[in-house]
Design a binder for this molecule. Structure first.
Ligand code: C2E
Ligand code: CA
Ligand code: CA
Length: 475
């Protein structure tokens, strides 16, 4: 039992080490104790011992006064190092980082590796909060100095979050959570920096929790969520070619919330699945009712999210919604971001194939911002590329952005895909896109996202005023 409990504490253990531990267990209880508390790769203390040390430090400070500083360090882009150079180099890098950390701190300070590329530091006995910042600066500098590994030079940085007893909490949990939150703040601030956990950060964290709670209620009740539809138009033919569904949340106290304020929260849990299911059903029913009222049939497009491919059956979800609304799959479209295509490439690939078989169009959203390969674009049954609005926005200022937009349009032409520019706000941007050969656009210049009650009238009037060529009914 004891051995099992001790083994459970190990983070990195190879089969060889386990065998060794097993054979030697009687003669070497001490070694087993060591294994359970120290990290095999770096020799630093592990999470278990870190927890003990921090608890003792808090107890000491409670008796004797003084501060206890907890730092969370996460190496920036460590995964890239592993991917590019292999795990052996990654491991060696972690060892060198560990030695540098130990070397740049005092003997009374504690350095631990919690696993992966996460390290923690405990500083004891300080009197001034600012001292932690100075130590953090020193750590950033030490870790940021290039590493020599074999005949390779590796450059890496780290992001640090700081929480201080008793200001930011007086328990292990609170301090660790505070330092972790502050570390994410450093990542968001551009990495290679440190941040203190602050009251504002705490407020924001609890704000996030509150919003998550409210969102759960909103999704269950279903009466606070709305969909707005933004037309996609073909400027050469002067017709609306589709409608993109964009979610809105009418929060009872906070007012209208935009997707950027709650989609990332929803994506942290299964809420994104329930929410998307609602939206897909609703979008199908809306299109059904517009068609019933005489609107020319066209595709309604919904945005997707990684989780719909990973933790849900998106294809089935769509099939059920289409059937319930008695809507032809040719009137439905899914926008998959380039990021999903890289992060969930296999699952997304399979789903895209099945959707295309059904007759659902799949377009790639925010194209140009991710890393999807030309081979993926070539091998998957993709209908359209959406040029990310950042390139459209910059097209009149930065020649590189024009070049990117131009390449995306060429890729689309080469693979026989449609291409559409998103976020077109000015006449100038429209002219640029048009000159590059992109006739489909979406953006405030043509129409802002419309409440569902305004869609029918918009489509009718747009088609009437601008249509000068016969309309292809099978868009
Ligand atoms: P997106 O898919 O790239 O959608 C385009 C966003 O740009 C929308 O913002 C739209 O209102 C805005 N936009 C359109 N034309 C213009 C323009 O001319 N200028 C500017 N500045 N903006 C324009 P919105 O509605 O705030 O949505 C933001 C993002 O949230 C969307 O980006 C999409 O990724 C996500 N999203 C929206 N609805 C859903 C949803 O139901 N499910 C999921 N998973 N994501 C959604
Ligand atoms: Ca989109
Ligand atoms: Ca976009």
């Amino acid at each position: 039992m004891l051995i099992l409990a001790a083994l459970a504490g190990l983070t990195v253990v190879s089969a060889a080490v386990l065998g060794f531990v097993y054979l030697k267990r009687r003669s070497s209880d001490r070694r087993l104790g060591y294994l359970a508390q120290y990290d095999q790769l770096t020799g630093l203390i592990n999470r278990t011992l870190f927890q003990d040390r921090l608890n003792s430090a808090i107890a000491r400070a409670r008796r004797e006064g003084g501060l206890v500083t907890v730092m969370f360090l996460d190496i920036d882009g460590f995964k890239d190092v592993n991917d590019r150079f292999g795990h052996a180099i990654g491991d060696e890098l972690l060892r060198q980082i560990s030695s540098r950390l130990v070397a740049c701190l005092r003997e009374t300070d504690t350095v631990a590796r919690l696993g992966g590329d996460e390290f923690t530091v405990i500083l004891e006995g300080g009197q001034r909060v600012e001292d932690a910042g100075q130590v953090a600066t020193k750590i950033l500098k030490t870790i940021g100095t290039p590493y020599q590994i074999g005949n390779r030079e590796v450059v890496i940085t780290t992001s640090i979050g700081i929480a201080v007893y008793p200001l930011d909490g007086d328990t292990y949990q609170d301090l660790v959570k505070g330092a972790d939150t502050a570390m994410y703040q450093s990542k968001a601030a551009g990495r290679n920096t440190y941040q203190y956990f602050t009251r504002a950060l705490r407020d924001r964290t609890s704000d996030r929790m509150a919003i998550m709670e409210d969102l759960r209620t909103a999704i269950d009740a279903g009466d606070q969520l709305r969909i707005e539809y933004q037309p996609k138009v073909d400027i050469a033919r002067g017709v609306v070619v589709g409608l993109e569904a964009l979610i809105r949340w009418e929060h009872p106290e906070r007012g209208r919330m935009m997707p950027g304020q709650f989609i990332p929260l929803a994506e942290e849990s299964d809420m994104i699945i329930t929410m998307s299911e609602w939206l897909i059903n609703e979008a199908c029913l809306d299109m059904r009712s517009w068609i019933d009222k005489g609107m020319r049939p066209m595709r309604v497009a919904v945005n997707s999210s990684d989780r719909l491919f990973r933790d849900a059956n998106l294809v089935e979800m769509i099939a059920i919604a289409l059937a319930a609304a008695d809507l032809d799959p040719r009137h439905f479209e899914v926008e998959v971001t380039e990021r999903t295509l890289t992060q969930e490439s296999e699952r997304a690939g399979r789903a895209i194939e099945r959707l295309a078989d059904m007759g659902v169009k799949v377009s790639i959203d925010d194209f140009g911002t991710g890393y999807s390969s030309l081979r993926q674009i070539q091998s998957l049954p993709i209908g359209a590329l959406k040029i990310d609005d950042s390139f459209v926005r910059e097209a009149n200022r930065r020649p590189e952005s024009v070049a990117i937009a131009d390449s995306i349009i060429s890729i689309a032409r080469c693979f026989d895909l449609e291409v559409i520019a998103e976020g077109v706000e000015t006449q100038e941007e429209l002219s640029t896109m048009r000159a590059l050969g992109c006739n489909r656009v979406q953006g405030y210049l043509v129409a802002k996202p419309l409440p569902s009650s305004d869609v029918l009238a918009f489509v009718e009037s747009y088609d009437k005023t601008l249509s000068f060529q016969p309309v292809d009914r099978a868009e």
